[in-house]
Design a protein. Structure first.
Length: 443
């Protein structure tokens, strides 16, 4: 007798993520910074004034879904175009159909997923049709458009940055999937709210991952054809045994990144590596950790060893290139280097002091001598008068005042004597002493 699959008696039509794809802006989860009533993208949709645009964001945040909703709201034809499988010939065929539709008074939205995968020639093939208004191009990319999309095409598109969904967004989405007839609304599913929260945390802002995980858990829960009891053990199996170490409110997430940061600050490399491992093994986004290490490199190491910033940025790029689990060693490299590097917070304190003055003295005029004078009127008003081009002087330095009069003696950057910064301090002291001497001579 052939043993049937658990899925045979519980078959449903299509993956849960597809069945639960929102069809209206009201159903759409996340991206409130773009779609709230007073936001520009929402106004463009409501007024039917949509232009070509690029959606830039991580996977699973609703780029394709939003493009389909826009097409529905604006009564446009929708063409889903894959950058992976399509070439210039296919582009031109689709564009010709769009132009024919335009002649009939119909609008066409061409959605290009992973548009960064197109080469320059393929991207250029869209240009004349975008310029003529034959199509509204909506491209989706997980890569920085500034680097991956041709300037000519990018200049004709509005870029909207899409953010990972919040834990609350995903929790709401999962609960809706359990009640909606398109999801498991016709089932009797028993699952504790804490387990829904665990799935939401594991998904790390990716709605598709969350729904796929929920579907796998429900389909493998205890019960018969339309009953399922989901346990924590089932959830942990569905996420490949990862320990979920963050609580539902996200407090542990911040506790762990704080532990990593403070261990590095205290030059405790062993503790820093441990907290790094705790985060990565819990499923934390390595790019999030890398960004925090980049911040640490300047905030807590700074000029004491400027190589820390170089290594931290290199680690971030390595994480971007190869992802987990391989990039764990690159993060370890950066974390250990930063932990053992000499420490200085002089850059942080310099900026904070300058920012305080900037907030309280917003109207301080730029000294005339360091203003540009692109017009004759500005020149007549004294713009650029008495400017001293440093490279024309001995030592490539002058005593010219660059701060406003009210701040002329203010010092923000006070170097420490840690590591290389000790030499920086000595050099800065020589510069400051020379400038003071020259200014006294000018009195």
């Amino acid at each position: 007798m052939e043993q049937g699959s658990l899925f045979d008696d519980r078959a449903v039509s299509g993956p849960l993520a597809d069945r639960m794809r929102p069809e209206t802006l009201e159903e759409y989860a996340g991206q409130k910074h773009l779609l709230a009533e007073d936001k520009i993208l929402r106004r463009m949709i409501d007024r039917d004034e949509v232009q070509s645009m690029i959606f830039w964001g991580p996977p699973g945040v609703g780029k394709t879904t939003l493009a389909k909703i826009i097409a529905r709201c604006t009564e446009s034809n929708f063409i889903n175009f894959s950058a992976v499988t399509s070439g210039i010939r296919e582009i031109k065929e689709v564009m010709n159909k769009a132009e024919q539709a335009r002649a009939m008074g119909e609008k066409t939205i061409v959605f290009v997923d992973e548009i960064h995968r197109f080469n320059k020639a393929q991207q250029d093939a869209f240009l004349p049709y975008v310029e003529r208004g034959s199509i509204i191009l909506i491209g989706a990319t997980t890569e920085n458009p500034s680097f991956e999309i041709n300037n000519a095409l990018l200049s004709r598109c509005k870029v909207f940055v899409m953010q990972p969904l919040t834990q609350e967004d995903i929790t709401e989405l999962l609960k809706r999937a359990l009640k909606d007839p398109r999801g498991f609304g016709s089932w009797e599913v028993e699952i504790d709210d804490s387990l829904i929260d665990l799935i939401a945390v594991y998904a790390n802002g990716d709605a598709r991952t969350a729904l796929n995980t929920l579907e796998l858990a429900v389909m493998n829960g205890q019960g018969d054809a339309v009953h399922s009891t989901v346990t924590k053990d089932i959830i942990e199996q569905c996420i490949q045994g990862r320990s979920l170490l963050y609580d539902k409110k996200g407090e542990e997430h911040y506790n762990l990144i704080s532990a990593l940061h403070k261990s590095m600050r205290n030059s405790d490399a062993d503790a820093a590596v441990y907290w790094l491992a705790r985060m990565l093994e819990a499923g934390e986004d390595p790019l999030y950790v890398a960004r925090r290490v980049v911040r640490f490199a300047s905030e807590d190491v700074g000029m004491a060893d400027s190589r820390a910033l170089e290594i931290a940025v290199a680690a971030y790029q390595a994480c971007h290139f190869i992802g987990m689990p391989e990039c764990s060693v690159h993060l370890t490299h950066a974390v250990v280097f930063c932990a053992l590097a000499p420490k200085s917070n002089s850059l942080e304190t310099a900026y904070m002091a300058a920012a305080e003055d900037a907030r309280n003295m917003l109207d301080e005029p730029v000294p005339l001598q360091i203003r540009n004078a692109p017009t004759k009127l500005m020149e007549e008003l004294g713009y650029g008068k008495d400017y001293m081009y440093a490279h024309d002087y001995e030592g490539h330095i002058t005593a010219m005042q660059c701060l406003p009069d009210s701040l002329k003696d203010r010092q923000y950057y006070i170097p420490s004597e840690q590591g290389v910064e000790k030499r920086v301090k000595e050099h800065k002291e020589r510069i400051d002493a020379w400038k003071k001497q020259q200014r006294e001579k000018q009195k």
